[in-house]
Design a protein around this ligand. Structure first.
Ligand code: F6R
Length: 244
């Protein structure tokens, strides 16, 4: 595992965008695994900026998102579909036919999960997977539980995740209770992982995830077994980790 310590959120975002940008330059037809949430927002902003300056070309890139709420329409401003379009896809020259997000409106769980796993495998796997980390150690929507889920599946969100995500909704009742997410196995099959984290409130979970016991109770702890993980985090998020 590589740890890249940054000054602050802006510095984290630039460095993470640099790594994604290098991936696109080295393999213009790469498959990028993407995440939503506050952590990657600045990274997307930076990528858009470099695209506008003519330094990045997304025309050959395929994307595959980690997760989506189940039951939210694409047009819903809280859907991850909407998030990805407003923050990245509609602002760069990506072919939207090559952008993939689980279909939250497909209520047949098995059908949707099988479709998504097959899609990733037909694409030849993920070259670089961008991740954030939840306060409880979740990655994607893989919540703490008894086992590491191998494949894309439908999850019931935990109270702590509903509470954390409530900030985007008017009331907690409006936060969907279920989501489709890539499994831990799906994420672990990505060739490279880039995890971004910022702020003191992520310090304790980063320490547990990267230096604690590998357990499905801290889903991100499995990343200790991945051969190519880069953690880009600001110094506030690294206070629990004694890193130069
Ligand atoms: C989002 C996702 C989640 C977030 C995590 C951290 O697609 O999969 O695992 O990465 O909840 O969220 P933020 O970045 O908002 O702290």
């Amino acid at each position: 595992m590589r740890i890249v310590k940054t000054r602050d959120y802006a510095d984290m975002s630039r460095k993470a965008a640099n790594i994604i940008s290098a991936q696109i330059i080295l393999k213009p037809d790469c498959v990028l695994g993407l995440a939503t949430g506050s952590s990657p927002l600045g990274t997307y902003e930076q990528l858009v900026d470099w695209y506008r300056k003519g330094d990045l070309d997304f025309s050959g890139v395929t994307t595959i998102n980690l997760d989506e709420y189940r039951g939210l329409d694409r047009k819903d401003p809280q859907s991850y579909y909407y998030f990805m379009h407003t923050n990245l896809f509609d602002r760069v020259n990506i072919d939207t036919a090559r952008t993939n997000i689980p279909n939250g409106m497909e209520l047949d769980e098995k059908k949707e999960c099988d479709r998504y796993e097959k899609l990733i495998s037909d694409l030849g796997g993920i070259d670089l997977q961008l991740l954030g980390i939840g306060h409880n150690g979740h990655i994607g929507f893989n919540e703490p539980c008894e086992i590491f889920e191998k494949e894309t599946h439908c999850v019931n969100l935990t109270e702590s995740t509903i509470e954390a995500n409530q900030r985007f909704f008017e009331t907690a009742d409006q936060v969907p209770r279920q989501a489709y997410t890539m499994g831990i196995g799906t994420i672990m099959r990505a060739k490279k992982i880039l995890l971004v984290a910022s702020g003191e409130e992520k310090a304790e979970i980063l320490k547990q995830a990267f230096y604690g016991t590998i357990t499905p109770n801290v889903p991100a702890s499995i990343l200790q077994l991945h051969p190519d993980v880069t953690l880009v985090a600001d110094k506030a998020a690294l206070t629990g980790i004694n890193h130069g």
